[in-house]
Design a binder for this molecule. Structure first.
Ligand SMILES: Cc1cc2nc3c(=O)[nH]c(=O)nc-3n(C[C@H](O)[C@H](O)[C@H](O)COP(=O)(O)OP(=O)(O)OC[C@H]3O[C@@H](n4cnc5c(N)ncnc54)[C@H](O)[C@@H]3O)c2cc1C
Ligand code: SF4
Length: 561
């Protein structure tokens, strides 16, 4: 954006992913003038390669070594592949650091319009009333400053627009929402679901995924091609670049500034208000400024934190909006790494080569430490499992030659599940600025100090045993346990660092994700989460963002912002 253009927007939104897309849509459709800054170029359909076979790719989809040369962190993950790795940050150009002895992985750093919604797994679950009030239940940490009923109408709005395929279960742990028809389960999954329910009382449900099973707003239903993380020319999964952001642009009220790496917030110190943002153009590496009556950070939890910490000034020497001193602290992700798989040889479904490739799995809802059940001895909070199953070629069939080929083709039905568990918020888990290191744009980088604790270890042990128990109960054979503890950061469900709360001394944001200190500054990615329930966070990020935008508009109407 040319520097001469001194337009003052009603809102400057940083980040075009899950939350930024919603902020732009909600505000621009209400008539506000919005500037949308994103670090990457705009996403386009021509970049999508979900229908490309490996033999059509230059390196046959086996270019891991090539990817790792520039993306040694991002390239560790399956979703960063030969055809899309340039959507991800170059780890050499944009590093982060860790404290000695505190290994941490910051994966899923996108630099493209739509952010992580290009590659996300799309599992979309509501939080429960118990999640919002977990501290009241077990005495640890802080409650959220809102209840389920405050967010329920916003979950409805988001689900109706996004399109979530799912099945109602009547289980308050994963409240039912506005669903499109669920994607069908395989025979093995149905047996697993029914027996686990009948014998243990636990809920196994088809993955509630942001993939359409009915057309919606001109987006056709999914045709089961499979690799959504490479894009979707039919726009059948939720990616903010072709949904919320596109809607915002259609209004004519949203100005999109791509390749804009937000650096620091510009302050009107006399009025104690944010007045805009300084960004570095990623192509020219020149600094520019954009001005607004309000500022909404949606750059992803850690990136928004980095902007706030880099915006320290005389009034806020420890980071903007940090009079509480807790900005950067109570960083939480999910713990994962354990699970189990088992075979169901009595099921005769046969494998196929060409699909259909269902882009979702199954979900096992949390069953530990619930209001009407026993409390676990070793840990508080809970975990769920993602998984899936069906007929696959039997690569481990015994024998040789024709006998092997026949059994290979007949296949084997199996189910596998992997847990995702809540990590407790702790002050000593934090990120700050490493003043010795900058990225190629000259912006100081984040430094992480994160460990998982005894609660997480005990939870992992319990989840490993429960996974095997479920499979055994369901009649599986050859049960194999997966028993690892993934390092912090590995599951890209990070939240916290600028938590919400009613008291400005112990919270950075209020219940509308509005800074207690700087009233026209909002942070609507997951930075404000006071805890990290085991369900995936993005549906809640989006619902909270819409609620916060409505509040911002109300604040503007009242003249408070
Ligand atoms: C592989 C993978 C699978 C996942 N699966 C699931 C799942 O199944 N369910 C679920 O709920 N969640 C899932 N997640 C997490 C989910 O993607 C995030 O919770 C969600 O996208 C966060 O939304 P956001 O708006 O905060 O950030 P993002 O969606 O990441 O958007 C941030 C945007 O900000 C831009 N940006 C970053 N820094 C700057 C800057 N300094 N200046 C300007 N722009 C900037 C980026 O380019 C990006 O476009 C997954 C994540 C990954 C990586
Ligand atoms: S599986 Fe469905 S949503 Fe995913 S890329 Fe294919 S058509 Fe799109």
């Amino acid at each position: 954006m040319p520097q001469s253009r001194k337009q003052v927007f009603d809102a400057v939104v940083v980040g075009s992913g899950a939350s930024g897309g919603w902020a732009c849509k909600r505000l621009a459709e209400a008539g506000l003038k919005v500037a949308l800054l994103d670090a990457g170029p705009p996403q386009e359909d021509k970049n999508f390669t979900e229908h490309m076979a490996p033999f059509q790719m230059k390196y046959r989809d086996m270019a891991r070594a090539l990817i790792l040369k520039t993306r040694p962190i991002q390239g560790q993950f399956y979703e960063c592949s030969e055809t899309n790795y340039q959507w991800f940050a170059n780890d050499l150009e944009e590093p982060f650091t860790t404290y000695p002895g505190k290994p941490f992985i910051w994966g899923g750093r996108l630099r493209i319009g739509g952010g992580r919604t290009n590659v996300w797994g799309r599992l979309s679950l509501r939080y429960s009333e118990q999640d919002f009030k977990a501290a009241s239940f077990d005495g640890y940490g802080v409650d959220w400053p809102i209840s389920y009923k405050d967010l329920a109408p916003y979950y409805d709005i988001v689900e109706q627009y996004v399109g979530i395929a799912g099945q109602a279960e009547g289980n308050p742990v994963i409240p039912d929402g506005v669903f499109q028809p669920a994607m069908p389960m395989t025979c093995a999954e149905v047996q697993f679901r029914e027996r686990v329910k009948a014998r243990l009382g636990w809920t196994v449900t088809p993955g509630r995924n942001a993939n359409l099973t009915k057309s919606l707003n001109g987006r056709p239903a999914c045709h089961y091609c499979g690799p959504c993380e490479r894009g979707c020319v039919t726009h059948s999964y939720f990616n903010s670049s072709f949904t919320t952001v596109a809607d915002a642009l259609k209004t004519g009220n949203c100005t999109y500034v791509p390749n804009a790496m937000a650096y620091k917030v510009l302050m009107d110190t006399d009025r104690n208000r944010a007045k805009g943002i300084v960004y570095i153009d990623r192509n020219t590496r020149e600094p520019h400024e954009v001005f607004g009556r309000s500022l909404i950070l949606c750059a992803q939890t850690y990136e928004s934190l980095r902007i706030l910490l880099n915006s320290a000034n005389r009034q806020y020497p420890n980071g903007l909006a940090n009079s509480s001193g807790i900005l950067g602290h109570y960083l939480m992700d999910h713990v994962a790494g354990v699970g189990a798989s088992g075979e169901f040889p009595d099921i005769s479904a046969r494998p196929t080569i060409n699909g259909p490739n269902r882009p979702c799995g199954i979900y096992v809802a949390r069953f530990r430490n619930l209001p009407n059940g026993p409390r676990s001895k070793g840990f508080i909070r809970g975990y769920g499992y993602e998984g899936g199953g069906g007929a696959g070629f039997n690569r481990n069939a015994p024998g040789f030659g024709e006998q092997y080929t026949q059994q290979f083709r007949e296949g084997i039905n199996s189910v596998d599940i992997s847990m995702f568990g809540e990590v407790l918020g702790r002050y000593e888990n934090f990120a700050d600025i490493d003043s010795d290191v900058t990225d190629v744009y000259g912006i100081p980088v984040l430094r992480f100090h994160v460990t998982h604790g005894e609660n997480e270890s005990a939870m992992l042990r319990d989840a490993a045993a429960a996974a095997a128990e479920m499979l055994e109960t369901a009649g599986a054979r050859n049960i194999r346990s997966i028993d690892r503890h993934l390092p912090p950061g590995r599951v890209r469900h990070e939240v916290g660092v600028a938590r919400m709360g009613g008291n400005p001394k112990t919270a950075v944001l209020n219940q509308f994700q509005q800074s207690h200190d700087v009233r026209n500054l909002f942070v609507t990615d997951a930075s404000g989460f006071p805890s990290n329930p085991c369900q995936n966070p993005t549906l809640t990020i989006m619902a909270l963002c819409v609620r916060s935008c409505d509040h911002l508009m109300e604040e503007m109407r009242r003249g408070n912002v």
